[in-house]
Design a binder for this molecule. Structure first.
Ligand SMILES: *Cc1c(COP(=O)(O)O)cnc(C)c1O
Length: 383
Protein backbone atom coordinates (compact mmCIF):
# COMPACT_ATOMS: atom_id res chain seq x y z
CA UNK A 1 0.00 0.00 0.00
CA UNK A 2 1.43 3.37 -0.89
CA UNK A 3 0.55 6.65 0.78
CA UNK A 4 -0.81 7.98 -2.52
CA UNK A 5 -3.74 5.54 -2.24
CA UNK A 6 -4.94 7.13 0.99
CA UNK A 7 -7.16 10.23 0.74
CA UNK A 8 -5.55 13.13 2.63
CA UNK A 9 -8.63 13.52 4.80
CA UNK A 10 -8.70 9.87 5.90
CA UNK A 11 -8.06 9.58 9.63
CA UNK A 12 -7.22 5.92 9.44
CA UNK A 13 -6.98 2.99 7.09
CA UNK A 14 -8.24 -0.58 7.37
CA UNK A 15 -6.46 -2.85 4.92
CA UNK A 16 -8.12 -6.17 4.14
CA UNK A 17 -6.10 -8.71 2.23
CA UNK A 18 -8.59 -10.77 0.20
CA UNK A 19 -5.87 -13.05 -1.14
CA UNK A 20 -4.87 -13.98 2.41
CA UNK A 21 -8.53 -14.48 3.23
CA UNK A 22 -8.90 -16.88 0.31
CA UNK A 23 -5.66 -18.64 1.29
CA UNK A 24 -6.93 -19.04 4.85
CA UNK A 25 -10.15 -20.62 3.64
CA UNK A 26 -8.21 -22.98 1.34
CA UNK A 27 -5.88 -23.89 4.19
CA UNK A 28 -8.78 -24.79 6.50
CA UNK A 29 -10.54 -26.59 3.68
CA UNK A 30 -7.42 -28.70 3.08
CA UNK A 31 -7.06 -29.39 6.79
CA UNK A 32 -10.57 -30.81 7.20
CA UNK A 33 -10.92 -32.73 3.95
CA UNK A 34 -12.88 -34.88 3.15
CA UNK A 35 -15.23 -32.75 5.27
CA UNK A 36 -16.50 -29.70 3.40
CA UNK A 37 -15.53 -26.22 4.58
CA UNK A 38 -18.21 -23.52 4.70
CA UNK A 39 -17.66 -19.85 5.60
CA UNK A 40 -19.49 -17.90 8.27
CA UNK A 41 -20.05 -14.37 6.92
CA UNK A 42 -22.55 -13.02 9.45
CA UNK A 43 -22.37 -9.41 10.70
CA UNK A 44 -21.10 -8.13 7.34
CA UNK A 45 -18.37 -10.77 7.25
CA UNK A 46 -17.26 -9.96 10.81
CA UNK A 47 -17.16 -6.29 9.90
CA UNK A 48 -14.79 -6.70 6.96
CA UNK A 49 -17.40 -6.10 4.26
CA UNK A 50 -19.51 -8.97 2.92
CA UNK A 51 -19.64 -7.32 -0.49
CA UNK A 52 -15.93 -7.99 -1.01
CA UNK A 53 -15.39 -10.95 1.31
CA UNK A 54 -18.20 -13.22 0.08
CA UNK A 55 -17.27 -13.11 -3.65
CA UNK A 56 -13.61 -13.63 -2.75
CA UNK A 57 -14.48 -16.77 -0.77
CA UNK A 58 -16.76 -18.01 -3.53
CA UNK A 59 -13.92 -17.54 -6.02
CA UNK A 60 -11.66 -19.54 -3.67
CA UNK A 61 -14.09 -22.45 -3.95
CA UNK A 62 -16.45 -21.99 -1.02
CA UNK A 63 -20.02 -23.00 -1.88
CA UNK A 64 -21.72 -22.90 1.54
CA UNK A 65 -22.22 -19.72 3.56
CA UNK A 66 -23.69 -19.12 7.01
CA UNK A 67 -25.24 -15.83 8.07
CA UNK A 68 -27.00 -14.96 11.33
CA UNK A 69 -30.17 -13.12 10.40
CA UNK A 70 -32.97 -13.11 7.85
CA UNK A 71 -32.02 -9.51 7.07
CA UNK A 72 -28.66 -10.72 5.79
CA UNK A 73 -30.17 -13.32 3.44
CA UNK A 74 -31.16 -11.27 0.40
CA UNK A 75 -27.90 -9.31 0.33
CA UNK A 76 -25.84 -12.50 0.61
CA UNK A 77 -27.87 -14.21 -2.12
CA UNK A 78 -27.17 -11.31 -4.47
CA UNK A 79 -23.44 -11.87 -3.93
CA UNK A 80 -23.49 -15.64 -4.46
CA UNK A 81 -26.36 -16.69 -6.74
CA UNK A 82 -25.24 -20.34 -6.81
CA UNK A 83 -24.24 -21.04 -3.18
CA UNK A 84 -26.08 -22.62 -0.24
CA UNK A 85 -26.93 -20.02 2.40
CA UNK A 86 -27.85 -21.06 5.95
CA UNK A 87 -29.42 -18.67 8.46
CA UNK A 88 -28.07 -19.52 11.92
CA UNK A 89 -30.62 -17.61 13.97
CA UNK A 90 -33.46 -19.60 12.47
CA UNK A 91 -36.96 -18.66 11.43
CA UNK A 92 -38.59 -15.67 13.12
CA UNK A 93 -42.41 -15.99 12.98
CA UNK A 94 -43.63 -14.71 9.62
CA UNK A 95 -40.18 -14.50 8.02
CA UNK A 96 -40.60 -17.57 5.82
CA UNK A 97 -41.47 -15.65 2.61
CA UNK A 98 -38.31 -13.58 2.90
CA UNK A 99 -36.17 -16.69 3.35
CA UNK A 100 -37.88 -18.46 0.46
CA UNK A 101 -37.38 -15.55 -1.89
CA UNK A 102 -33.67 -15.45 -1.02
CA UNK A 103 -33.53 -19.24 -1.40
CA UNK A 104 -31.92 -19.35 2.06
CA UNK A 105 -32.10 -22.29 4.45
CA UNK A 106 -33.13 -21.60 8.04
CA UNK A 107 -31.36 -23.46 10.83
CA UNK A 108 -34.50 -24.47 12.75
CA UNK A 109 -33.98 -24.32 16.49
CA UNK A 110 -37.33 -25.06 18.09
CA UNK A 111 -40.44 -27.18 17.56
CA UNK A 112 -42.37 -23.99 16.78
CA UNK A 113 -39.97 -23.09 13.98
CA UNK A 114 -40.10 -26.63 12.67
CA UNK A 115 -43.91 -26.57 12.68
CA UNK A 116 -43.99 -23.29 10.76
CA UNK A 117 -41.51 -24.52 8.13
CA UNK A 118 -43.26 -27.89 7.82
CA UNK A 119 -46.58 -26.16 7.21
CA UNK A 120 -45.05 -24.50 4.13
CA UNK A 121 -44.20 -27.92 2.78
CA UNK A 122 -47.72 -29.12 3.36
CA UNK A 123 -49.28 -26.11 1.66
CA UNK A 124 -46.94 -25.84 -1.32
CA UNK A 125 -45.68 -28.07 -4.12
CA UNK A 126 -42.08 -28.11 -2.82
CA UNK A 127 -40.46 -29.15 0.43
CA UNK A 128 -38.19 -26.21 1.21
CA UNK A 129 -34.85 -27.34 2.60
CA UNK A 130 -34.08 -26.95 6.29
CA UNK A 131 -31.27 -27.45 8.78
CA UNK A 132 -31.88 -28.60 12.35
CA UNK A 133 -29.98 -27.26 15.33
CA UNK A 134 -29.61 -29.67 18.24
CA UNK A 135 -28.54 -28.15 21.54
CA UNK A 136 -25.78 -30.25 23.12
CA UNK A 137 -25.01 -28.13 26.16
CA UNK A 138 -24.50 -24.53 25.09
CA UNK A 139 -28.12 -23.82 26.08
CA UNK A 140 -28.38 -20.96 23.64
CA UNK A 141 -30.24 -22.12 20.54
CA UNK A 142 -31.36 -25.54 19.42
CA UNK A 143 -33.59 -28.48 20.20
CA UNK A 144 -33.21 -29.71 23.76
CA UNK A 145 -33.51 -33.39 24.73
CA UNK A 146 -37.31 -33.29 25.08
CA UNK A 147 -37.66 -31.50 21.74
CA UNK A 148 -35.61 -34.21 20.03
CA UNK A 149 -37.82 -36.83 21.73
CA UNK A 150 -40.93 -35.14 20.38
CA UNK A 151 -39.55 -34.65 16.88
CA UNK A 152 -38.20 -38.20 16.64
CA UNK A 153 -41.70 -39.45 17.45
CA UNK A 154 -43.38 -37.19 14.88
CA UNK A 155 -43.02 -39.12 11.64
CA UNK A 156 -45.56 -36.89 9.92
CA UNK A 157 -43.53 -33.73 10.44
CA UNK A 158 -40.23 -35.44 9.64
CA UNK A 159 -41.65 -36.62 6.31
CA UNK A 160 -42.50 -33.07 5.27
CA UNK A 161 -39.01 -31.68 6.00
CA UNK A 162 -36.14 -31.78 3.53
CA UNK A 163 -33.34 -31.91 6.12
CA UNK A 164 -30.05 -30.84 4.50
CA UNK A 165 -27.98 -30.49 7.66
CA UNK A 166 -28.11 -31.39 11.35
CA UNK A 167 -25.84 -29.21 13.43
CA UNK A 168 -24.82 -28.23 16.93
CA UNK A 169 -22.36 -25.75 18.43
CA UNK A 170 -19.56 -26.24 20.97
CA UNK A 171 -19.21 -24.18 24.14
CA UNK A 172 -15.50 -24.59 24.90
CA UNK A 173 -13.83 -25.58 21.64
CA UNK A 174 -11.03 -23.04 22.15
CA UNK A 175 -9.72 -25.19 25.01
CA UNK A 176 -8.86 -28.73 23.85
CA UNK A 177 -8.43 -29.89 27.46
CA UNK A 178 -12.02 -29.04 28.38
CA UNK A 179 -14.01 -32.26 28.98
CA UNK A 180 -17.13 -30.51 27.72
CA UNK A 181 -15.93 -31.03 24.13
CA UNK A 182 -16.11 -34.83 24.35
CA UNK A 183 -19.43 -34.67 26.19
CA UNK A 184 -20.99 -32.46 23.50
CA UNK A 185 -19.56 -34.71 20.78
CA UNK A 186 -21.15 -37.76 22.37
CA UNK A 187 -24.47 -35.97 22.86
CA UNK A 188 -24.46 -34.76 19.25
CA UNK A 189 -23.83 -38.25 17.89
CA UNK A 190 -26.50 -39.78 20.11
CA UNK A 191 -29.18 -37.19 19.34
CA UNK A 192 -28.61 -36.87 15.59
CA UNK A 193 -28.96 -40.64 15.15
CA UNK A 194 -32.52 -40.40 16.42
CA UNK A 195 -33.42 -38.17 13.47
CA UNK A 196 -33.42 -38.98 9.73
CA UNK A 197 -29.90 -39.38 8.35
CA UNK A 198 -28.50 -36.04 7.11
CA UNK A 199 -25.09 -34.40 6.73
CA UNK A 200 -23.80 -33.24 10.11
CA UNK A 201 -21.86 -30.19 11.35
CA UNK A 202 -20.48 -29.45 14.81
CA UNK A 203 -17.29 -27.41 14.46
CA UNK A 204 -16.57 -23.72 14.00
CA UNK A 205 -13.01 -22.26 13.83
CA UNK A 206 -11.82 -23.84 17.07
CA UNK A 207 -13.86 -27.03 16.89
CA UNK A 208 -12.28 -28.02 13.59
CA UNK A 209 -8.87 -27.85 15.33
CA UNK A 210 -10.04 -30.53 17.79
CA UNK A 211 -9.52 -33.18 15.11
CA UNK A 212 -11.38 -35.41 12.69
CA UNK A 213 -14.11 -36.69 15.07
CA UNK A 214 -15.37 -33.11 15.41
CA UNK A 215 -15.33 -32.28 11.70
CA UNK A 216 -18.22 -34.45 10.42
CA UNK A 217 -19.46 -33.54 6.92
CA UNK A 218 -19.16 -29.77 7.14
CA UNK A 219 -17.21 -27.29 9.27
CA UNK A 220 -18.34 -23.69 9.83
CA UNK A 221 -15.36 -21.42 10.50
CA UNK A 222 -15.71 -17.66 10.66
CA UNK A 223 -13.05 -16.02 12.82
CA UNK A 224 -10.17 -18.20 11.58
CA UNK A 225 -10.89 -17.31 7.95
CA UNK A 226 -10.40 -13.67 8.95
CA UNK A 227 -7.03 -14.57 10.46
CA UNK A 228 -8.19 -15.07 14.04
CA UNK A 229 -6.24 -17.31 16.41
CA UNK A 230 -8.62 -18.16 19.23
CA UNK A 231 -7.67 -21.85 19.59
CA UNK A 232 -5.52 -22.39 22.69
CA UNK A 233 -4.18 -25.80 21.64
CA UNK A 234 -1.75 -24.48 18.99
CA UNK A 235 -1.69 -22.26 15.93
CA UNK A 236 -4.55 -22.44 13.45
CA UNK A 237 -3.01 -22.56 9.93
CA UNK A 238 -4.18 -19.09 8.90
CA UNK A 239 -2.48 -15.69 8.52
CA UNK A 240 -3.67 -12.20 9.50
CA UNK A 241 -6.05 -10.61 7.00
CA UNK A 242 -6.60 -7.17 8.47
CA UNK A 243 -4.36 -4.31 9.50
CA UNK A 244 -5.42 -0.96 10.89
CA UNK A 245 -3.54 2.32 10.88
CA UNK A 246 -4.42 5.78 12.15
CA UNK A 247 -2.86 9.15 11.52
CA UNK A 248 -0.93 11.26 14.01
CA UNK A 249 -2.64 14.65 14.34
CA UNK A 250 -0.24 16.36 16.76
CA UNK A 251 2.93 15.74 18.71
CA UNK A 252 3.52 17.75 21.88
CA UNK A 253 6.11 17.92 24.63
CA UNK A 254 4.81 18.17 28.19
CA UNK A 255 6.51 18.73 31.54
CA UNK A 256 6.65 16.21 34.38
CA UNK A 257 3.45 16.45 36.41
CA UNK A 258 1.20 17.50 33.52
CA UNK A 259 -1.83 15.28 32.88
CA UNK A 260 -3.22 13.92 29.62
CA UNK A 261 -6.83 13.40 28.62
CA UNK A 262 -10.30 13.43 30.16
CA UNK A 263 -10.46 13.24 33.96
CA UNK A 264 -6.67 13.59 34.06
CA UNK A 265 -6.16 9.89 34.78
CA UNK A 266 -2.50 9.87 33.68
CA UNK A 267 0.24 12.26 34.72
CA UNK A 268 3.70 12.46 33.16
CA UNK A 269 6.38 11.28 35.61
CA UNK A 270 9.11 12.77 33.42
CA UNK A 271 9.21 15.29 30.58
CA UNK A 272 7.26 13.43 27.91
CA UNK A 273 6.42 13.55 24.23
CA UNK A 274 2.80 12.71 23.48
CA UNK A 275 1.36 11.89 20.05
CA UNK A 276 -2.37 12.36 19.50
CA UNK A 277 -3.86 9.90 16.99
CA UNK A 278 -7.02 10.26 14.93
CA UNK A 279 -8.70 7.12 16.28
CA UNK A 280 -11.01 6.56 19.20
CA UNK A 281 -13.69 4.28 20.52
CA UNK A 282 -15.96 5.30 17.64
CA UNK A 283 -13.37 3.65 15.37
CA UNK A 284 -13.31 0.43 17.38
CA UNK A 285 -10.39 1.33 19.64
CA UNK A 286 -12.07 0.27 22.88
CA UNK A 287 -12.29 2.78 25.72
CA UNK A 288 -11.12 0.00 28.03
CA UNK A 289 -7.67 0.41 26.38
CA UNK A 290 -7.31 3.64 28.39
CA UNK A 291 -4.31 3.81 30.74
CA UNK A 292 -3.72 5.37 34.14
CA UNK A 293 -0.39 5.65 35.94
CA UNK A 294 -1.17 2.40 37.76
CA UNK A 295 -2.85 0.45 35.02
CA UNK A 296 -1.42 -0.18 31.54
CA UNK A 297 -3.83 0.00 28.62
CA UNK A 298 -3.41 -0.57 24.90
CA UNK A 299 -0.36 -0.06 22.75
CA UNK A 300 0.26 0.96 19.15
CA UNK A 301 3.28 0.69 16.88
CA UNK A 302 4.89 3.97 15.82
CA UNK A 303 7.61 3.55 13.18
CA UNK A 304 7.79 -0.11 14.18
CA UNK A 305 8.21 0.54 17.90
CA UNK A 306 5.63 -0.25 20.55
CA UNK A 307 4.27 2.85 22.33
CA UNK A 308 1.76 2.75 25.21
CA UNK A 309 -1.59 4.52 25.28
CA UNK A 310 -1.69 7.13 28.06
CA UNK A 311 -4.84 8.60 29.58
CA UNK A 312 -8.38 8.05 28.40
CA UNK A 313 -9.35 6.80 24.97
CA UNK A 314 -11.94 9.30 23.74
CA UNK A 315 -14.45 9.06 20.91
CA UNK A 316 -12.19 10.31 18.14
CA UNK A 317 -8.72 10.51 19.68
CA UNK A 318 -6.12 8.57 21.60
CA UNK A 319 -2.88 9.76 23.12
CA UNK A 320 0.30 7.67 23.16
CA UNK A 321 3.66 8.16 24.85
CA UNK A 322 6.36 8.40 22.18
CA UNK A 323 9.10 9.72 24.51
CA UNK A 324 11.23 6.60 24.14
CA UNK A 325 11.10 6.43 20.34
CA UNK A 326 14.55 6.16 18.84
CA UNK A 327 15.42 8.48 16.00
CA UNK A 328 13.68 11.67 14.94
CA UNK A 329 10.27 12.25 16.53
CA UNK A 330 7.11 11.18 14.75
CA UNK A 331 5.46 13.75 12.51
CA UNK A 332 1.82 14.82 12.21
CA UNK A 333 0.27 13.03 9.25
CA UNK A 334 2.33 9.88 9.81
CA UNK A 335 0.42 6.60 10.02
CA UNK A 336 0.64 4.48 13.17
CA UNK A 337 -0.27 0.80 13.40
CA UNK A 338 -3.18 -0.17 15.69
CA UNK A 339 -3.69 -3.75 14.47
CA UNK A 340 -1.20 -5.62 12.31
CA UNK A 341 1.19 -8.52 12.03
CA UNK A 342 2.72 -7.83 15.46
CA UNK A 343 -0.38 -6.32 17.08
CA UNK A 344 -2.84 -9.17 16.80
CA UNK A 345 -6.59 -8.99 17.31
CA UNK A 346 -6.11 -11.34 20.27
CA UNK A 347 -3.53 -9.08 21.89
CA UNK A 348 -5.75 -6.04 21.53
CA UNK A 349 -8.76 -8.01 22.75
CA UNK A 350 -6.90 -9.21 25.85
CA UNK A 351 -5.65 -5.69 26.64
CA UNK A 352 -9.20 -4.37 26.27
CA UNK A 353 -10.71 -7.03 28.53
CA UNK A 354 -12.53 -8.70 25.65
CA UNK A 355 -11.75 -11.06 22.76
CA UNK A 356 -10.34 -10.56 19.28
CA UNK A 357 -13.77 -11.30 17.80
CA UNK A 358 -15.18 -8.15 19.36
CA UNK A 359 -12.21 -6.08 18.25
CA UNK A 360 -12.65 -7.36 14.68
CA UNK A 361 -16.40 -6.84 14.41
CA UNK A 362 -16.18 -3.31 15.86
CA UNK A 363 -13.50 -1.93 13.58
CA UNK A 364 -14.92 1.40 12.56
CA UNK A 365 -16.71 2.49 9.45
CA UNK A 366 -15.04 5.88 9.49
CA UNK A 367 -11.64 4.66 8.35
CA UNK A 368 -10.72 4.43 4.69
CA UNK A 369 -10.85 0.82 3.49
CA UNK A 370 -8.37 -0.75 1.14
CA UNK A 371 -8.95 -4.22 -0.27
CA UNK A 372 -5.94 -6.05 -1.63
CA UNK A 373 -6.33 -8.77 -4.26
CA UNK A 374 -9.46 -10.87 -4.48
CA UNK A 375 -12.25 -9.60 -6.65
CA UNK A 376 -10.09 -6.60 -7.65
CA UNK A 377 -8.38 -9.04 -9.97
CA UNK A 378 -11.68 -9.94 -11.60
CA UNK A 379 -12.33 -7.78 -14.66
CA UNK A 380 -15.13 -5.34 -13.91
CA UNK A 381 -17.43 -6.81 -16.54
CA UNK A 382 -17.65 -9.95 -14.40
CA UNK A 383 -18.78 -8.09 -11.28
C1 LIG B 1 -20.62 -17.55 14.71
C2 LIG B 1 -20.86 -19.01 14.59
C3 LIG B 1 -19.92 -19.82 13.92
C4 LIG B 1 -18.56 -19.33 13.51
O1 LIG B 1 -17.78 -19.21 14.67
P1 LIG B 1 -16.23 -18.85 14.63
O2 LIG B 1 -15.79 -19.05 16.03
O3 LIG B 1 -16.15 -17.43 14.20
O4 LIG B 1 -15.57 -19.76 13.67
C5 LIG B 1 -20.26 -21.14 13.69
N1 LIG B 1 -21.43 -21.67 14.14
C6 LIG B 1 -22.32 -20.92 14.83
C7 LIG B 1 -23.58 -21.55 15.32
C8 LIG B 1 -22.06 -19.58 15.09
O5 LIG B 1 -22.94 -18.84 15.78
Amino acid sequence: MSDQDIPPGATGVITIDLDRLAANWRSLSGLVGPAQCAAVVKADAYGLGAERVVPALRAAGCTTFFIATVDEAAATRALVPDAEIYVLNGLPPGAAPELLSANAIPVLSSLAEIAEWASLSRSGPVRPPAALHIDTGLNRLGLGPRDVDALAADAGTLRTLDIRLVMSHLASADDPSDPKNAIQLETFNRQRRRLPAAPASLAASDGLMLGAPFQFDLVRPGYAIYGGQAFKGGPTPVAPVVSVQARILQVRDIAAGETVGYSATWAARRPSRIATLAAGYADGFARSLSATNDHAGGAVRVAGQLCPVVGRVSMDLITVDVTDLAGPGPEPGQMVELVGPDLSLERMGAAAGTIGYEVLTRLGRRFHRIYIGGAEDIPSYQL
